[in-house]
Ligand binder design. Structure first.
Ligand code: NCD
Length: 307
């Protein structure tokens, strides 16, 4: 049987996503029931690109399941600096670990790793492509905050071109009924054509694109803010010109619905003013917390499926 990891959110059915959210909710309520579920198991975190939340959230998830963690957070300190391929590194790590979480600047690297080993590989972000566990975190947060993930107007704002979290979020949300998207970005950072063609148009999902956050604020149920992805720009001048395109302030939030929620995968740079943090609609630090629980549910699922 082929080993199943999670490279792209599209690999999970809607039912599987809903089940993961149910398990995650149960973990929130009854953490002690899960405290030894992964006793004797090891997670390897292979992070070839900067991370705070995702790596620590994966590691905390495994520790809270009673398992152990190995790995690297700086590829330069590993044999990668000697020129080892992703495939060889993955094969080596699979001799020690039961499951891998990998982040890599190159699109497709976690897939290459998955093809090289027979333990599950979870994509923890590959270049400007995908970030499926952030999306599970986002969906779980929306569910916990608003009670449902269908029939919502989702505004995605900022760097929709390079922001991998948006690409995965749109792919996942577009299967829930009654979801509508509003894409707010400068022209240069619009949502990629392949997402429009293969996801939105293919499924007949309604969406609009605009450069004005103010115009659309009153209609949003979720405002998903993103950072302009400096590391994926070809030139610094473009980054500097675009980085402060949107800055969410208390003033800008005034016309928003009272039960709207602001999400952000974090890290934030300038795009949300710190004063917004105390607004009850600011859900981004609660979102960080949720990430650990949904990753616990995912690790449990993949380890039991591949046992
Ligand atoms: C995001 C990422 O790495 O894509 N961060 C995260 O995982 N929480 C978003 C970002 O870096 O802007």
């Amino acid at each position: 049987m082929k080993t199943r990891g999670l490279i792209d959110i599209a690999e999970l059915t809607t039912q599987e996503i809903d089940e993961l959210m149910l398990v995650a909710s149960d973990i929130v309520e009854n953490p002690e029931r899960y405290a030894e579920k992964c006793k004797g198991k090891k997670l390897a975190t292979l992070f070839y690109e900067a991370s705070t939340r995702t790596r620590l959230s994966f590691e905390s998830a495994m520790l809270d399941l009673g398992g152990n963690v190995i790995g690297f957070s700086d590829a330069q300190s590993s044999s990668v600096s000697k020129g080892e391929s992703v495939s060889d590194t993955a094969r080596t790590v699979a001799c020690f670990a039961d499951i891998i979480a990998m982040r890599h600047p190159k699109e497709g690297a976690p897939l290459v790793a998955q093809m090289s080993v027979n333990i599950p590989v979870i994509n923890a972000g590959d270049g400007g492509h995908n970030h499926p566990t952030q999306t599970l975190t986002d969906l779980f947060t929306i569910k916990r905050e608003l009670g449902h993930v269908d029939h919502l107007v989702i505004g995605c704002c900022g760097d929709l071109k390079f922001g991998r979290t948006v690409h995965s979020l749109v792919t996942a949300m577009s299967r829930y009924p009654g979801v509508r998207f509003v894409f707010i970005s400068p022209d240069e950072l619009r949502i990629p054509e392949h997402i429009r063609a293969e996801v939105l148009d293919a499924k007949g999902i309604s969406y609009v694109e605009t450069t004005s956050l103010d115009d659309v604020m009153p209609e949003l149920d979720i405002l998903y803010m993103t950072r302009v992805q400096r590391e994926r720009f070809f030139n610094e001048a473009d980054y500097l010109r675009l980085r402060d395109s949107y800055i969410l302030t208390q003033e800008k939030l005034k016309p928003a619905k009272e039960d709207m929620r602001v999400l952000h995968p974090l890290p934030r740079v300038n795009e949300i003013s710190i004063a917004v943090d105390s607004d009850p609609r600011a859900a981004y630090f609660r979102q960080v917390k949720n990430g650990k629980f949904i990753r616990m549910a995912l690790i449990l699922k993949l380890l039991s499926e591949n046992a």
